[in-house]
Design a protein around this ligand. Structure first.
Ligand SMILES: [Ca+2]
Length: 536
């Protein structure tokens, strides 16, 4: 093989040089091995014809493409790729740009690719077709702050420092502790430029949970989740510094739509990234309530309520804005250097019998439950990944993964070192993203501290839910009953015992998050916030 590597490229190059040239390039070849080895051994001879990006080999326009030559050429490339892969695949990381778009409360059933008919999402549907769509992608847990904490920290909600929405006076949420490491810190250390846009919700700027202390170079948008309930707020933050949105009152529609300000900043920042790979965490606040928008667009004359029109317009605005971002990647020729993942942060926020649920029939997309619960409708996300040439296009998979897998996935893609002693509950999805099977694991675990603490665990196709520590464990077989309608607990006591043991093992006790009720400090903060709200 060494002889082949040393000599055959020369022979191929000679033949290519004397063949006819075509204007179009041929499709890219995903490359799974050591790109540095290919560059070193192969490209010096074939540089005019091969454009190497991170993990991709593509013939450049003008390459010869007559079939007999091309067939041999591609064959030789694949051989080299295979040889290089066996020479130490992990030696040089691909280091793509990484974009994670997290929509607040977007549900599977909101999108055309999951069956929505009334709300238009052509660009997101195309994104799903151009990549892989997941039917069993699980959020961290089914409300904002703990779900995002799981995404950022690689920890499930039995280990994470934030396991519920805890508002801290006068603005912001319970901060991530100083010692908690985020994916942004890991990527920043690995040389990535980092940005967070939209809503943060894991600590104000003067706390240990500030995004600027958690690995982000640049920030635009809201910090506090409550502040983000207004789409026409009086101010936003850029790099932790407050700036006004003139004319807005924070009460209903005003002149400046916050998402427009945020989107403009995101596009500018991406355009400016030339030196380093980048990580963009785009936590879009739409379509969470309040359902406010600056333009109802194609829904203005629909025979729907104002809230229904605004909600549909919010979802379609996500579609437009994500489309603009994807268009920018294409313009900057970053398509094949950039992995884009998109997900909702929890299931639909609506009951199927609500004003939205009834019209759009999207609330749980055939599943049971919605936001603030732990049934599948609360946990399964609208989610897809696009990375042309690497992530298979048109793949739809029902293999499960969860938000806490993102950190180890991003770290592997970036070739980043994890800090000594760092522990994650996640598994790297890199092989799964590229078309392989999802990583094996013993179980997925969730807890949620809203009105009363609740827990759920999935092991294999079994799903167990406990709606309170004093409540009985319910057991469902997801292979035959994804809608969790038939509780099999009485028939399967051994599996119930196993579920209980997993729930116990997965929950690390934390004084902030007792399974028996609410922490008194949290109640005290809530009382202060209520008092402040009355004063206003
Ligand atoms: Ca949410």
């Amino acid at each position: 093989m060494e002889a082949f590597l040393a000599q055959n490229p020369q022979a191929i190059w000679r033949r290519l040089r004397h063949s006819r040239y075509a204007r179009e390039s041929v499709p890219a070849i995903p490359f799974f091995g050591d790109i540095a080895a290919v560059r070193r051994i192969y490209l010096p001879n074939l540089a005019p014809f091969v454009s190497p990006h991170h993990g991709i080999l593509r013939l450049v326009p003008g390459s010869p493409r007559r079939f007999p030559f091309m067939k041999r050429f591609l064959f030789a490339l694949l051989l080299v790729a295979g040889v290089a892969a066996t020479r130490g695949a992990a030696a040089t990381p691909a280091r793509p740009n990484i974009i994670f778009i997290l929509s607040d409360d977007l549900a599977q059933g909101d999108l055309g690719s999951y069956g929505q008919k009334l709300i238009q999402t052509p660009r997101l549907d195309r994104m799903a077709r151009e990549g892989t769509r997941y039917t069993q992608a699980y959020c961290g847990t089914s409300v904002c702050a703990p779900s995002r904490t799981s995404l950022m920290t690689g920890l499930h909600s039995g280990h994470a420092p934030v396991r519920g929405n805890w508002e801290v006076p006068v603005e912001g949420q319970l901060p991530l502790p100083e010692k908690t490491v985020t994916v942004a810190q890991i990527l920043k250390l690995a040389g990535y430029a980092t940005m967070v846009a939209g809503k943060w919700g894991m600590g104000m700027f003067d706390t240990t949970g500030s995004p600027l202390k958690k690995g982000f170079d640049h920030q635009i948008g809201y910090n506090c989740q409550r502040h983000a309930h207004s789409y026409f707020p009086t101010f936003l933050y850029r790099d932790g510094v407050r700036f006004d949105l003139p004319g807005n009152t924070g009460k209903g529609v005003g002149p400046v739509y916050a998402q427009n300000v945020i989107q403009t900043d995101v596009l500018q920042w991406v355009r400016a990234q030339k030196e380093k790979p980048f990580f963009l965490y785009y936590a879009i606040t739409l379509p969470h309530g309040a359902h406010e928008i600056d333009d109802l667009g194609i829904y203005a004359n629909k025979p729907w309520t104002d809230q229904q029109k605004a909600y549909a317009a919010q979802v379609t605005r996500i579609d437009r804005d994500v489309g603009q971002l994807l268009d920018l990647l294409a313009e900057l020729k970053l398509d094949e250097k950039t992995i884009v993942m998109l997900a909702g942060d929890n299931g639909s926020s609506f009951s199927p019998t609500s004003e939205m649920g009834k019209l759009f029939d999207q609330a749980s997309n055939g599943l049971k439950g919605f936001k603030r619960g732990l049934y599948e409708g609360a946990l399964r996300q609208a989610a897809f990944t696009r990375w042309p040439g690497v992530v298979p296009a048109g793949r739809v998979t029902d293999e499960p993964w969860a938000f806490w897998d993102f950190l180890p996935t991003a770290a592997e893609l970036a070739g980043a070192q994890l800090p000594a002693g760092f522990k994650t509950d996640g598994r790297s999805l890199v092989s799964f993203l590229r078309g392989g099977p999802a990583p094996a694991r013993d179980y997925f675990y969730w807890e949620l501290h809203e009105t009363k603490p609740i827990q759920a665990v999935r092991f294999g196709s079994w799903k167990a839910v406990r709606n309170g520590i004093t409540q009985p464990i319910e057991l469902y077989d997801l292979t035959t009953d994804a809608g969790e309608s038939k509780n099999l607990a009485a028939e399967k006591p051994d599996l119930v015992a196993r579920a209980e043991a997993l729930m116990t093992a997965a929950h690390t006790p934390d004084p902030n998050w007792p399974l028996t009720g609410r922490a008194s400090a949290r109640d005290a903060d809530r009382a202060k916030n209520t008092k402040n709200a009355k004063k206003k």
